[in-house]
Design a protein around this ligand. Sequence first.
Ligand SMILES: Nc1ncnc2c1ncn2[C@@H]1O[C@H](COP(=O)(O)OP(=O)(O)O)[C@@H](O)[C@H]1O
Ligand SMILES: [Mg+2]
Length: 206
Amino acid sequence: MEKGLFITFEGADGSGKTTQLNMVKDFLIEKGFDVVVTREPGSLDIGKKIREILLHAKEIVADRCEMFLFLADRAQHVETYIKPALKQGKIVLCDRHTDSTIAYQGYGRNQDIELLKNLNKIAVNGIEPDLTLLYDVSTEIAQLRVGSEKDRMESAGMEFHKKVRNGYLELQKENPKRIKLINANNSIETVFEDTKNIIMNLIQEK
Ligand SMILES: Nc1ncnc2c1ncn2[C@@H]1O[C@H](COP(=O)(O)OP(=O)(O)O)[C@@H](O)[C@H]1O
Ligand SMILES: [Mg+2]
């Protein structure tokens, strides 16, 4: 693959994104692919500082401050990490990306969705995922999986998380070719089978 492959993992906290991403990484490395794993927010040094504010701030974070911080992290991450990795032909597996902004800050926090889409465009400066895996899980199950030690975003309440889930489903309907819906209520093994099938189809198409 000359231009690499950019795959993003999206869905609620507790949907199983990180679990699946790590399984995909091992699976693809085993197959001989050159794979890198990353996440938003907070993959690099600047990002880690931004992540600390976003997830553990001691004061109230204004909604628009939150929005710009996520976008600032993304702009830095794309420029200094994702783009170079894709140029080198790597498969980039990214835990959360642009759709999280639309689902959380747009649908969840009621920020202007069209505006957020434009800001995302500025942040990513011309790249788009080849594939987005959307892990859809009932909000109740997701909250149970997250457990009691929640960060600032995770503790935002059931109503917020239901709006986020609905937002993700809307995005999937708008972008059925890029975003593939996976039933994440199922067992880890079943979810991984679905994930693998989708990824192998994509790799065969390329
Ligand atoms: N399909 C699943 N069924 C049951 N538990 C799961 C499943 N997927 C993940 N988990 C568990 O739920 C918790 C959250 O999973 P994680 O992968 O960290 O989710 P996310 O990264 O989406 O927040 C972990 O303890 C994980 O082992
Ligand atoms: Mg995770």
